[in-house]
Design a protein around this ligand. Structure first.
Ligand SMILES: O=P(O)(O)O[C@H]1O[C@H](CO)[C@@H](O)[C@H]1O
Ligand SMILES: Nc1nc2[nH]cnc2c(=O)[nH]1
Length: 324
């Protein structure tokens, strides 16, 4: 048999080992990170206690700012910010458009905490670590999660700059067994087999549509199904056409696992996608998705997003308190 020719790669002078430039990730992962068990309840309690000792407010609503949507946190008054680097057990943000800090304070009088910067699977973090802040928020007393994201619009009626209220998701990564709840379950967080059919709170979605009318933006507000892929590459035409066929309206690389984690620990969830680009579903175009465009659309919509989300916080707070 003829020998197989093996080309030895190497000798690239510009190659910088990732370890020198990127943070250490997945310290407790077993290789690929998918089988990592996550931090214990006690470890996360330590993180929560650290934060409680540093802040004067007690947040009840948590906000995750999507790519280029960090300005959502700029409406927060009496703000106390803590960089992720200072928080025990927290990962750090490595993506442009994600500042990397928790901002505590008040939005229209409601005590909130905002993540200015989320963690993504493609950064090298296992899903449980991407979602660690959600559990920490819960331990701080947060009962409602508002997760925002930038997403590609797959529904052909969607336009760049539209806001999509997430009605449901398809957990594509979960189909392959990659789930933030993978591993031993601690019942203090939540049950082994959490239901997901009512993941996105119906009352919140209804209110959001009312607020859209009140603010005269109902023409840009949609409601649809989101899916998260692992990234970091944007999708191929064939992948997008497949997702379209199964009923996906918007595509991103986040949120789904955060929502699963939040529902597991009994948080009420609202999610909002900013449509930052049209998904390219034809071979007959030179259009290409890119992160700069994603960030630009975030900037373009920042005023509307700030007003909309601030108002949602007030309205969600009202109904949460009414149902106590
Ligand atoms: O989901 P967020 O963090 O908003 O960001 C989305 O936009 C980035 C790609 O431009 C990816 O990180 C994708 O997940
Ligand atoms: N996967 C994915 N994530 C995005 N984030 C913003 N736009 C997109 C997109 O088109 N695809």
């Amino acid at each position: 048999m003829a020998p197989i020719n093996v080309t030895v790669m190497g000798g690239r002078k510009d190659y910088v080992p990732a370890k020198e430039t990127l943070p250490e990730v997945d310290a407790e992962g077993n290789g690929n990170g998918n089988s990592a068990k996550g931090y214990s309840y006690e470890t996360l309690q330590e993180t929560a206690n650290f934060l409680l000792a540093r802040i004067s407010i007690r947040p009840t609503i948590g906000i995750i700012c999507g790519s280029g949507m960090g300005s959502l946190a700029e409406s927060i008054v009496d703000a106390e910010s803590i960089p992720y680097e200072e928080i025990p057990n927290f990962p750090i943000s490595t993506v442009e458009g994600h500042h990397g800090r928790l901002v505590f304070g008040r939005l229209d009088g409601v005590s909130v905490v905002a993540m200015q910067g989320r963690f993504h699977y493609y950064e090298g973090y296992p899903l449980w670590k991407c979602c660690l802040p959600v559990r920490v928020m819960r331990l701080l007393g947060v009962k409602t999660l508002i997760a925002t994201n930038a997403a590609g619009g797959l529904n052909p009626t969607y336009k760049i700059g539209d806001l999509m209220i997430v009605k449901d998701h398809i957990n594509m990564m979960g189909f392959a067994g990659n789930n933030p709840l993978h591993g031993p379950n601690d019942e203090r967080f939540g049950p082994r087999f959490p239901p997901m059919n009512k993941a996105y709170n119906y009352e919140y979605r209804k209110l959001a549509k009312e607020v859209a009318k009140e603010y005269n933006i109902e023409n840009i507000v949609r409601e649809g199904v989101y899916t998260c892929l692992g990234g970091p590459n944007f999708e191929t035409v064939a992948e997008l056409n497949m997702l379209k066929m199964v009923g996906v309206d918007a595509v991103g690389m986040s949120t789904v696992h955060e929502v699963i984690t939040a529902r597991h620990c009994d948080m009420n969830v609202f999610a909002l996608s900013l449509i930052t680009n049209e998904c390219v579903t034809s071979y007959e175009t030179d259009d290409q998705a890119n992160h700069d465009e994603v960030l630009d659309v975030g900037r373009m919509r920042q005023d509307i997003l700030r007003k909309f989300v601030s108002r949602l916080v007030t309205r969600f707070h009202q109904i949460d308190n009414a149902s106590l």
